[in-house]
Structures are given as structure tokens and as C-alpha cells.
Design a protein around this ligand. Structure first.
Ligand SMILES: Cc1ncc(COP(=O)(O)O)c(C=O)c1O
Length: 413
């Protein structure tokens, strides 16, 4: 009879005879590390939860400034407000629609605690420049890669470049049937502290080694863990994520080949060395050239059956029976929260005693972001990814050409 392991005998399992894990969350965490090369990954309940975890881990709180963009989906900025930090908006580069690193440099103050750039529409933000800037100032880059989870810069996968990266599985390049998201980092300390933002206390207890994290383990448990069924479905997606992304890139190259022959429409730009994964295919519309507004052009395209949207102004309006245009009113710094600056009725987080320089958000502060909101129109991933192929791309080109051929009829008196 063999001796019990409890009393020093050999274990029944171990040394290569371990049970396989059927725990999808753990499987997906490991698969993400393998896919991106990042040391640590953790699936969470949403991309927003991943961003909040990063801000929390970086210690962002009342009175701290976080540099971000106003040209984004609202969750980026909502995450900053959720930790009671102050969003300071940086303008964007008109070619990539992502944070302008030079403007970020100008907006750093002693209160800046983190930089939160967005890989918008699937084009990676200038993370190497922002990392250099952050390291000069001893602050953290939290990359919102929610729209670009399969993206790369100079052959390195996103998730393995910034200090901390957030992915979303909600209708994105990698998606799951329950939404969800993940955070990735090479920094053990950020990884452990991020757990405190919402993971189950028993997980924190099991994973963390830092006594400063362990002592607060019981503050977790706010339900930000990823649901197992969603993790399983995201993992399936991960297996052929690059195949789907590369097919979408080929489809978009076809669109660009055709659209670049037309006047008054600027197709998307891709920075050399950057892998744009086209969560959206976004062009600029020259209203002066064509004599009709971008909105009128989108209206005509929609009537032809092509889903084109003014992403920022209409807050990603989906053309489904339930959805209505949000009438969001342009870039985020011009929306009500930032004009009133009184989110909780007590001035926080903009004007509380912790804030050294209460911010004011004005029209004209971000000229490129404001202008791009009026010019861009976007085609969504759903009509760019396989099974869509060149024939489908040609159908969209046919619809665009038809609208342009009949442009005079669209001109309003
Ligand atoms: C740029 C950006 N950031 C954050 C998020 C938030 O992700 P989730 O919906 O998974 O919370 C999204 C989702 O659309 C996004 O597009």
C-alpha cells in the first residue's frame, strides 16, 4: 500500500500526470499570454472592467489627471470617472484617429498619473512614443486596445507593449457570446493590484503574492470576473482570430484600392509598421467638394443598404429595430458631463478639494477631434470580416458610386 501524500508519500497526480483543466477562464488567460507574448493576462467581465482595473492598479484616484482622448467610445472616459480621476483630453492625429503623442507631451503636469490612449477603429495608438514619454515622467500607459485585440506594432502583439492593456470581447476582433474582456501586462505588481478592482477574493488570495494586495483581498468580489461560458467562446475565437483579421485586412485593402481613385473621400491611413485590424473602416468625407453633408451621404448609403455610420456623433448608432441615434453631440469633452462638471451633484471628480487645477472643457480645445467628428464615416467590422469577400466589398463600392453619380439629387436647396 503506498504512503499517503499527506505523510510524505508520492502524490497520485503531479510530475506530468496532472488533470487537464476544464476551467475556461484559466485556459483563456493562458491562451492570451501565448497569443500576445504578455507575461500575465486575466479575463474580466468587460473591456470597461479591464480599463478600471488598470486605472485602479496604477493608483489613479481623486485629484489625479489621466491623459486620454475625447475621440473614442464613451467607456474609455467613463472608466476614468469611475475611479474619480480627472480626464484631461489630448487631441488626435488626423490620419490615424489616435492620440497625438506630441499633444500628450504638452499636456503632462505634475498631477498626471497615467496616459490612456485608444487604438481607435482598430489602428494602434503610438504606444512606443507614449511609453517613452511615460517612462520619462514615471507614469503608466494603460492602452485601450478594446477595438484592436489582434493588432500589432512592429511585429509585436498588442498586450505586450504598453504597461497595461485592455481588450474587449464585445463584438470586437475577438468576441465572445457573453461579451467580456481581459487585461494584460508584463508587470507582476500591476497584475496583482488590478485583481483588487473586482476579482473574487478567493482568486486574489490564490494568485497574489504581494502582502499589500493580500491584505485587501476581501475588497474584491464586485463581480468583474469573466463568466466561464464566455471565456470558452472567446477561446474558440482566439484560435482563428488572425485568420479572420487578415481576411478583413485584405477586404479593406480592396476597398482602399477602389476608394482612393475617387475624389472627395479619403480612405483610412495605416502607419508603417502598424497592423490596423479594422474594427471599423473609416474614411473622411469632403463636404465642400461634394456639396452635401456627411450625414446626407450616410443617409443615402443606408437607404442603398450599406451600414455606414458617423461613429462619434451618432455614438455608434446600430441600425437595428431597437436602436436609436444617441444624438451624442460630438466629441466627449463637449458632452453634458464635461460642460456641467458636477457628475455626483457635489463637483467630484472635477472640482473637489483634491483637484489642483479644476479643468474646463471648451469647444475649440481639440480642433482635430472636433473636425474629424464632422468628416468621418465608418463601415463596421460585421460587413468587412469573412464570410464577406471581394464581391461584398464591390457591392459596397457599387452603392457608394451610385450615390456619388446621383449627388446632385441629394443637394438641399
Ligand atoms: C474604445 C473602446 N473602449 C472600451 C470599450 C468597452 O468595452 P466593453 O463594452 O467590453 O466594456 C469599447 C467597447 O465598445 C470600446 O470600443
Amino acid at each position: 500500500m503506498s504512503k499517503l501524500a499527506l505523510f510524505g508519500g508520492a502524490k497520485t497526480l503531479g510530475d506530468g500526470r496532472d488533470l487537464k483543466s476544464s476551467w475556461p477562464q484559466k485556459g483563456m488567460d493562458e491562451a492570451l499570454c501565448e497569443y500576445t507574448g504578455a507575461k500575465y493576462a486575466r479575463c474580466v467581465s468587460s473591456g470597461t472592467a479591464a480599463l478600471i482595473s488598470g486605472l485602479f492598479a496604477a493608483g489613479c484616484g481623486p485629484g489625479d489627471e489621466v491623459l486620454t482622448v475625447a475621440y473614442t467610445w464613451v467607456a474609455t472616459v467613463a472608466a476614468i470617472l469611475r475611479v474619480n480621476a480627472v480626464p484631461i483630453f489630448v487631441d488626435i492625429d488626423p490620419q490615424t484617429f489616435c492620440m497625438d503623442a506630441e499633444d500628450a507631451r504638452r499636456k503632462i503636469t505634475p498631477q498626471t498619473k497615467a496616459i490612456l490612449p485608444v487604438d481607435f477603429y482598430g489602428h494602434p495608438a503610438p504606444i512606443p512614443e507614449l511609453m517613452e514619454l511615460a517612462e520619462q515622467h514615471g507614469i503608466v500607459v494603460i492602452e485601450d486596445a478594446c477595438q484592436a485585440s489582434t493588432g500589432e506594432i512592429n511585429g509585436v502583439k498588442l498586450g505586450n507593449i504598453a504597461h497595461f492593456t485592455a481588450f474587449s470581447w464585445s463584438g470586437k476582433p475577438i468576441y465572445s457570446n457573453t461579451g467580456g474582456g481581459a487585461y494584460l501586462t508584463n508587470d507582476r505588481s500591476l497584475y496583482e493590484r488590478a485583481l483588487l478592482a473586482g476579482q473574487h477574493p478567493t482568486v486574489i488570495q490564490g494568485v497574489a503574492t504581494d502582502p499589500e494586495v493580500l491584505k485587501y483581498a476581501s475588497m474584491g468580489g464586485t463581480g468583474d470576473n469573466m463568466r466561464a461560458v464566455g471565456a470558452g467562446s472567446a477561446m474558440e475565437q482566439l484560435l482563428d482570430a488572425d485568420v479572420r483579421t487578415n481576411a478583413r485586412i485584405r477586404n479593406c485593402a480592396y476597398l482602399t484600392g477602389k476608394l482612393s481613385q475617387l475624389p472627395g473621400i479619403t480612405p483610412p491611413y495605416v502607419r508603417p509598421g502598424y497592423k490596423h485590424v479594422y474594427h471599423y473602416y473609416t474614411c473622411q468625407w469632403d463636404a465642400d467638394y461634394w456639396g452635401i453633408s456627411r450625414d446626407r451621404f450616410c443617409e443615402a448609403l443606408n437607404a442603398e443598404g450599406v451600414y455606414a455610420v458617423a461613429y462619434i456623433n451618432d455614438a455608434n448608432y446600430q441600425f437595428t429595430p431597437e436602436s436609436k441615434k444617441l444624438q451624442a453631440g460630438g466629441p466627449i469633452h463637449l458632452r453634458t458631463i464635461f460642460q456641467e462638471r458636477n457628475l455626483y451633484g457635489r463637483g467630484c471628480p472635477f472640482q473637489c478639494p483634491h483637484v489642483k487645477n479644476p479643468p474646463v472643457y471648451r469647444k475649440g480645445d481639440l480642433p482635430v477631434s472636433e473636425e474629424m467628428c464632422e468628416q468621418e464615416f465608418s463601415l463596421a467590422q460585421g460587413h468587412l470580416s469573412p464570410p464577406c469577400d471581394e464581391q461584398d466589398m464591390q457591392l459596397m463600392i457599387d452603392a457608394i458610386t451610385k450615390v456619388l453619380d446621383n449627388i446632385d439629387e441629394l443637394k438641399e436647396e
